[in-house]
Design a protein around this ligand. Structure first.
Ligand code: ADP
Ligand code: MG
Length: 243
């Protein structure tokens, strides 16, 4: 049986602003198993980022249960959560969030410095990652010297340096032109296939969402539709439809 990487049970997040309550994530339940690449699509304000942040333990749920890699995070302290995040999760954002004054190498090694990994080991790991993805040419460049697509590749390498079992990406192509965006999606597909990293990716671009085999459609804080594309295609084939 495949391992469950994410288990959400009745996950809810309510924000209180003055006298008003806003339910950004409303009773969401789903499971993501190892090696899955799942996209979340939905209109602006439908709760995609809030759901991703709950799963990334960056936000605390109002109610419901969350297990990551089989660990119930409900009773973790802030320090425990921070350690857990660093060891198990990788984050990729729309605006890359690289540190301007640091080279690609230095940006990618940052999570290892937080874990007090010695320099020789950091060098070995960063260089081997850059080699695997044929990105050595970016090693000594600063963010301002490289294109936005290259910056996102460096940000993905930083997210991967601790070999997380789960990568969380919030609009990773949202700030890229279509061609560059597709290249970044191919990189995500590659690491999902080759390394077995599970991916949960938020997007509002339907063509980006389709790169995943499963898409969760969010509306008003709820998963309105859980679509497994491979099954749909199989069904269409059965029905003799053209694909
Ligand atoms: P999406 O990523 O789908 O655009 P969000 O998860 O960012 O949606 O937001 C869902 C809803 O929750 C929106 O109405 C947004 O205004 C609200 N929201 C998100 N974060 C906060 C916050 N920190 N405080 C108050 N309201 C918030
Ligand atoms: Mg968002």
């Amino acid at each position: 049986m495949k391992n469950e990487i994410i288990v959400c049970e009745n996950l809810t997040k309510t924000f209180t602003i003055g006298d008003n309550k806003l339910c950004a994530v409303n009773d969401v339940s789903f499971t993501l198993t190892e090696r899955e690449f799942v996209s979340i699509i939905g209109p602006s304000g439908s709760g995609k980022t809030t759901l991703l942040n709950l799963i990334g333990t960056l936000e605390v749920p109002t109610s419901g249960k969350l297990l990551i890699n089989g660990t119930d995070l409900g009773s973790f302290t802030a320090a425990e959560l921070s350690n857990f995040r660093r060891r198990n999760l990788g984050f990729v954002f729309q605006f890359f969030n690289l540190v301007d004054g640091l080279t690609s190498f230095e940006n990618i090694e940052l999570p290892l410095i937080f874990d007090s990994v010695p320099f020789e080991e950091r060098k070995k790991r960063v260089d081997s990652l850059l080699k695997d993805f044929e990105l050595e040419y970016l090693r000594n460049k600063f963010p301002e010297e490289i294109s936005s697509g290259e910056r996102q590749r460096v940000a993905i390498m930083r997210a991967l340096i601790n070999e997380p079992s789960l990568l969380l990406a919030d609009e990773p192509t949202g700030n890229l032109d279509t061609t560059t965006g597709h290249a970044v999606l191919s990189l995500l597909e590659e690491l999902n296939k080759e390394r077995g990293t599970s991916i949960l990716m938020v997007t509002h671009d339907i063509s980006a969402a389709k790169r995943a085999l499963r898409t969760l459609h969010m509306i008003d804080g709820k998963i309105a539709y859980d679509q497994r594309i491979s099954n749909d295609i199989a069904k269409m084939k059965q029905e003799g439809k053209e694909i």
